[in-house]
Write a protein that binds this ligand. Structure first.
Ligand code: AN0
Ligand code: CP
Length: 321
């Protein structure tokens, strides 16, 4: 595996999950694999988990790690091609990428969707520039449309907690005061679509995700029916994708319906399901205190597995260097 951009970069999901299991048993087994190799992590957006877990994973493999927050101490970057640079942006990404990549062996990038121009976001213009102009393997730390390190950690967690061979997993939209990208939801659907499970996605009308990612899922608008008998409930907010009929809705909040907050009543319809969320989570918007504080909530274990997903991926990337 050269780049790690999406689930498509993993040819054998069972192998990847087994690798993760082995790494979790002894995370220092490959502590010299990354010797004299440098990971540069570039952030265009905030992070707690991705930053710490990916750094820890790289350290477990013996790598050196450098981190750059573009919005904190670096020059403001121009990302549009062909513009006259007379604004406050002092440097063009066309120089910044090859310069940054000259100092490292693997370059990791976080760059969220702008949520204004769907084709720009869904063409992954920023991530694509890193792939094209860095000359180095690129690790996706949440791009405009996907968050593969999160989804891989989610699957590792489901694999650890599932009691049935073919569990029912429900991805449920939940309310949030700010418009959020579809990346986590797209990616979760893409990864679980390749896992031995039944995936049901429930959301208010208008929140349909890009069909490219939901091909192996059942869309159920009846929320109660969706939750019935679930083994895992994965909550997430996303803004509208817009679809073919309403592209103008892209990035918009279409519903603030608080009855979609995951609470004990809706959880009681499940088969004693585990509650999951990628975090950060807004309590009593996405999920009630009662549910997230209950013993069925595995959000902390899920976040801890981010170290394992990142280490499994970095190991595969280092082996290809
Ligand atoms: C981001 C999102 O929804 O994509 C990151 C989640 C890991 N969440 C927020 O911005 C709150
Ligand atoms: N889940 C996740 O990616 O969290 P951060 O945004 O804090 O990195």
């Amino acid at each position: 595996m050269k780049h790690f951009i999406s689930a498509d970069c993993i040819t054998n999901m069972t192998y990847a999950l087994n690798e993760a299991k082995e790494i979790k048993k002894n995370r220092f087994a490959y502590s010299t694999l990354g010797r004299n190799r440098t990971l540069l992590m570039v952030f265009f957006n905030s992070s707690l988990r991705t930053r710490l877990s990916t750094q820890k994973a790289a350290m477990n493999l013996g790598m050196n790690v450098m981190i750059l927050d573009i919005n904190n101490g670096a020059w403001k970057l121009e990302t549009e091609k062909g513009v006259i640079m007379d604004s406050d942006k002092a440097e063009h990404i066309l120089e910044a990428i090859p310069v940054m990549s000259s100092y490292c062996d693997i370059i990791a990038v976080r760059s969220f969707a702008g949520l204004t121009d769907r084709s720009k976001d869904y063409n992954e213009e920023i991530l694509d520039m890193f792939i094209r102009y860095s000359g180095k393997p690129v690790l996706n730390m949440e791009s405009a449309t996907l968050h593969p390190l999160q989804s891989f950690a989610d699957l590792i967690t489901i694999e650890e907690y599932r009691k049935k061979r073919h569990p029912k997993i429900v991805l449920t939209w939940a309310p949030h005061p700010r418009p959020l990208p579809q990346a986590v939801a797209n990616s979760f659907a893409q990864w679980t679509g390749r896992y031995d499970a039944e995936l049901v996605i429930t959301h208010p009308e208008g929140y349909e995700l890009d069909g490219k990612y939901t091909a192996n899922a059942t869309i159920e608008y009846d929320r109660e029916k969706a939750f019935e008998g679930a083994d895992f409930v994965y909550a997430k907010n996303w803004s509208a994708y817009g679809g073919t009929d309403n592209p103008e809705n892209y990035g918009k909040i279409l519903s603030e319906d608080r009855t979609w907050t995951v609470d004990s009543r809706i959880m009681s319809l499940t088969d004693n399901a585990y509650f999951m969320h990628c975090l950060p989570v807004r309590r009593n918007m996405i999920v009630t205190d009662e549910v997230i504080d209950s013993p069925r909530s595995i959000v902390i274990q899920e976040a801890a597995n981010r170290e394992i997903s990142a280490q499994t991926v970095l190991k595969m990337m280092l082996e290809e260097l």
